[in-house]
Design a protein around this ligand. Structure first.
Ligand SMILES: *[C@@H]1O[C@H](CO)[C@@H](O)[C@H](O)[C@H]1NC(C)=O
Ligand SMILES: *[C@@H]1O[C@H](CO)[C@@H](O)[C@H](O)[C@H]1NC(C)=O
Length: 439
């Protein structure tokens, strides 16, 4: 009986959620519809909300019954009459990253190259056409910026990671909440101090890592619960934090619940889904990646993603421990990166920061046959969806080589100035500005 009540309760809750969603879509249509309509004024439709009702859940949407709504659509037979709710055991299902699917389909991903953490999407007959229910006791998430430091435990009912990383201050369970003190394997004293330390190492003015807006896009690989990215946000730097859904519980779930941009992903066999030269800084703090494997293919993927002069900040025992094993790895990495024309910008404490070259000059000076080779001119470095990584160096275009720079202005001017790479694909600055005015 109790369970039945609970079920009815969940169903009711979901119905409200669905109606709410339809309401939001309706409001969006109304908003955009009217703000683009000739002669209309935006203030017209905000006026109705001045009664203080919640713009999403207040007002008309709650009075509407889902059945009415679906009846109205009765003459569209392809619209389902109702959408079933998935079993609660699927409340954390991620369709293309579902380990059970790999097992059931008898796929044989190559574990040594992390293929099992890459996307494997279900064929149509194995897709679940149902609504994912929230976990029991789900609460409206805590709002940013408070969410940086705490989330509801009920929303992510996993506390294993807190126990495992208790010595590193990643996260602690505190009653109904999970709290994030901002620590990490390499930043016991907090990510903010660590970030200031990186800026000091690079001698950036005022110890500000954004360096006057020249560092804006950061890629954090093996990001844990993404505290590094969280503490970059107030510095006007946006980090894409990346981690696989691995032996730990899903760290990205915590990062997203906290409100930090992040995604499930892995440096495995496929290119990351970003065009070449997208980031000014890549970061790995004890990310447990074997960078030397397969002729350095993973470092070459970072190389593809970094802009001219881009940095790679690496905090890992190989960079500072003196035992023979770590020395060996360090020497091999140093050697590989030298052949890739990267330079050590600075090395201090537990961290080394490399810089990628600004032009093709160093590539052109390498001895013939030096590995890794330059990519063939047929390779499109911006093709990234379902494209295998390649163990080659992406050289710069003639223009970029000559200018020794991506030509991007610092943030935020960059936001409204045509990026030079647009011209390389045939979009003029004038077209860019016309679009900027419209959108
Ligand atoms: C997995 O990948 C590694 C590295 O490319 C390769 O040496 C190995 O043969 C592969 N294993 C299988 C089973 O394909
Ligand atoms: C990705 O590419 C492989 C071949 O390279 C192909 O077999 C596969 O279907 C592609 N997957 C998707 C999702 O497009």
């Amino acid at each position: 009986m109790k369970q039945k009540n609970e079920q009815i309760h969940t169903t009711k809750l979901l119905t409200y959620l669905l109606i709410g969603l339809i309401g939001v879509l309706g409001l969006l249509c109304l908003y955009y519809g009217s703000s683009f309509a000739p002669g209309s004024r935006r203030s017209d439709n905000t006026g109705s909300r001045l009664d203080g009702s919640d713009p999403v859940f207040g007002g008309f949407s709650r009075n509407r019954d889902l059945d009415d709504l679906l009846d109205e659509q009765g003459h569209y037979p392809e619209v389902p009459k109702s959408i079933p709710i998935c079993d609660i055991k699927y409340s954390e299902l991620i369709p293309c990253l579902d380990r059970n699917l790999i097992y059931q389909l008898k796929l044989k991903p190559n574990l040594t190259v992390m293929e099992h953490y890459e996307r494997h999407c279900p064929p149509p007959e194995r897709r679940y056409n149902c609504l994912i229910p929230p976990p029991r006791g789900y609460k409206i998430p805590i709002r940013w910026p408070a969410s940086r430091d705490e989330v509801w435990k009920a929303n992510i009912p996993h506390t294993h990671l807190a126990e495992e990383k208790s010595d590193q201050h990643w996260m602690v369970v505190d009653g109904e909440k999970i709290k994030f003190p901002g620590g990490g394997t390499h930043f016991h004293d907090g990510a903010d101090k660590y970030i200031t330390g990186l800026a000091q190492m690079l001698k950036f003015p005022g110890d500000k890592l954004h360096n006057g807006g020249s560092i804006r896009n950061v890629l954090d690989v093996g990001c844990g619960v993404a505290s590094f990215g969280a503490y970059l946000l107030p510095l006007d730097i946006i980090a894409m934090s990346l981690a696989p859904n691995d032996v730990h519980e899903n760290q990205i779930q915590f990062a997203l619940e906290r409100g930090i941009p992040s995604t499930l992903g892995v440096l495995g066999t496929k290119r990351l889904p970003y065009p070449s030269r997208s980031f000014e800084l890549a970061h790995c703090s004890r990310c447990r990646i074997d960078w030397l494997q397969r002729d350095g293919i993973l470092l070459l993927e970072l190389d593809r993603l970094l802009r001219p002069g881009g940095y790679f900040a690496y905090s890992s025992p190989e960079a500072y421990e003196q035992d023979p094993e770590n020395r060996k790895i360090w020497n091999a990495m140093y050697n590989l990166l030298k052949r890739m024309c990267w330079k050590v910008a600075v090395k201090r404490g537990q961290t080394v920061i490399w810089a990628k070259p600004l032009s093709n000059s160093c590539y052109l000076k390498r001895d013939p046959g030096t590995r890794p080779p330059l990519c063939s001119s047929g390779d499109d470095p911006d093709a990234s969806w379902n494209v295998s990584m390649k163990a080659c160096i992406t050289p710069y275009s003639a223009k970029m080589h000559k200018e020794r720079w991506s030509g991007l202005l610092p943030w935020p001017q960059r936001l409204t100035t045509a990026p030079p790479r647009l011209e390389e694909i045939g979009v003029s600055p004038e077209e860019f500005h016309e679009d900027t005015v419209s959108f």
